[in-house]
Design a protein around this ligand. Structure first.
Ligand SMILES: Nc1ncnc2c1ncn2[C@@H]1O[C@H](COP(=O)(O)OP(=O)(O)OP(=O)(O)O)[C@@H](O)[C@H]1O
Ligand SMILES: [Mg+2]
Length: 442
């Protein structure tokens, strides 16, 4: 309930679109909120806005009609909307479509609370009342009844809740609706998206439609390099080129030697990032004669393919990663194989911490591994562990038990121990500590 109270206090405000989306003032204003709420998605600092997001940004500047975003699976549709909303401090209610989703699931239902019947509002009712963004993912998996129920809302009419005594909820001026889908609503002519339903024409007619594709190669390359700083940049670049070759093979447009057949799997940005992640995780296996790149490729994509396609994917990998087909030694950093320093450490830590929502108590382990000028501090350690109750700090000189201190959550930046951990660890890193990735847990 406290979270809902949070929504009542939101103050709409005009923000500079350039400042919000690219960090450079543009003079164009965009409507958002002064501060985030509990429902505002967290900002992913690694997120890169690219040309595919342009139409969505333009829509945010003047969102007169609801927006329908379609594009291949895992290309970044949902993330794009949520990251734009995060920058505008917009609360987001997210619903994922499926064949048995009913209109009532979105409006709300009667429940028993403290022995009395009470109406519990659903995401549509809440978004309309408080001025939030309703994000309907995979809308083409829902049945046409949902569309019919939503039609009058899309036209700007109030929502009438018969189950709650005919309560009328007028749309808040900041209420926005975005639907995402793999198809353009006309049904799936590729056979790839099982369960998608042809959408009702009258429903589709109420949306502004935009298509989002895979991020351009340079964006995917920097995405991989930022998320996985321990992977050499040249390897990240070849992985993206490989993914684009696979996409071409999938579309029957490959230009790679004799690989002219069409294949049944393709690389989404999601699978590409998984490939990067697994390649890093499997680096230690290089000592056992396993090639991390291909080993990770199987687990990120190729195991989903038929035997022939998998063989073809491996053949392509042999050609594109000849240097990595030798058993790889893990990349050694100047400060040791598991240690990262400076900007690289900062980027790595931030990237990991921003993905820790599901991980209990992320822990950052920092050490001094070089003797800082004039002082022998080698081995000095600093450990921060973010827990719901606060930030636990532990620091000391080598071979000592050190000292401990707890910063209660209410004294942490944004009442959030992860944010406090990030800020404190970043300060230490600028002072010469290095991040020990094996002793940290994210
Ligand atoms: N521009 C980008 N910057 C950072 N990460 C990105 C970007 N584009 C996509 N991603 C990452 O790609 C992954 C897939 O994105 P997302 O879930 O938004 O795809 P989607 O198009 O909604 O997929 P689906 O059709 O399956 O719903 C996410 O991990 C997301 O963080
Ligand atoms: Mg999605």
């Amino acid at each position: 309930m406290n979270n809902i109270n949070d929504l009542c206090k939101l103050q709409p405000t005009d923000l500079d679109a350039g400042q919000v989306f690219s960090g450079k003032p543009s003079g164009t204003t965009v409507r958002g909120y002064a501060v985030p709420s509990a429902y505002t998605p967290a900002i992913d600092h690694e997120y890169i806005f690219h040309e595919s997001s342009r139409d969505v940004v333009v829509w945010f500047l003047n969102p007169q009609e609801p927006l329908y975003v379609f594009g291949p699976t895992g290309c970044g549709k949902t993330t794009c909307i949520k990251q734009l909303a995060a920058r505008l401090n917009y609360p987001v209610f997210e619903v994922t479509g499926h064949g048995r989703l009913e209109f009532a699931d979105m409006v709300g239902h009667l429940t028993v609370k403290g022995g009395n019947m009470a109406f519990e509002y659903g995401p549509l009712a809440l978004a309309m009342r408080y001025g939030a963004l309703l994000l309907l993912n995979e809308i083409d998996l829902t049945s046409p009844e949902i569309a019919a129920g939503l039609n009058s809302v899309l036209d700007g009419s109030p929502l009438c809740i018969a189950e709650n005594g005919g309560e009328l909820i007028a749309p808040h001026p900041m209420f926005r609706l975005v639907a995402t889908a793999n198809t353009n609503g006309g049904g799936d002519d590729t056979g790839l998206y099982q369960g998608t339903q042809r959408q009702n024409l009258a429903w589709l007619d109420r949306f502004t439609i935009c298509e989002v594709g895979y991020p351009p190669a340079d964006v995917e390359k920097s995405l991989l390099a930022r998320r996985f700083p321990s992977l050499p940049e040249s390897l990240c670049a070849t992985m993206v080129d490989y993914a684009n070759e696979v996409r071409k093979l999938f579309m029957g447009e490959a230009s790679t030697g004799n690989l002219t057949n069409t294949i049944e799997v393709t690389f989404s940005t999601r699978s590409l990032l998984r490939w990067g992640d697994l390649t890093v995780r499997f680096q230690p296996l290089a000592h056992q004669g396993i090639q991390p790149v291909t080993y990770a490729l199987d687990r990120a994509l190729a195991y989903r393919a038929s035997r022939e396609t998998r063989a073809m994917l491996h053949e392509l990998a042999q050609r594109m990663f000849p240097q990595h087909m030798e058993t790889e030694a893990p990349k050694t950093e100047t400060a040791g194989p598991e240690n990262l320093q400076g900007d690289q450490a900062l980027r790595f830590m931030r990237g990991q911490l921003h993905h820790t929502t599901a991980v209990a108590n992320p822990r950052v382990h920092l050490e001094v591994v070089h003797t800082l000028s004039g002082k022998n501090q080698n081995g000095k350690f600093w450990i921060g562990e973010a827990r719901p109750e606060g930030l636990m700090l532990h620091w000391g000189k080598p071979n000592t038990v050190g000292q401990q201190h707890v910063i209660p959550a209410e004294n942490c930046a944004g009442n959030n121990s992860v944010l406090e951990l990030e800020a404190r660890a970043a300060k230490k890193l600028t002072k010469g500590y290095v991040l020990n990735t094996t002793k940290s847990s994210f």
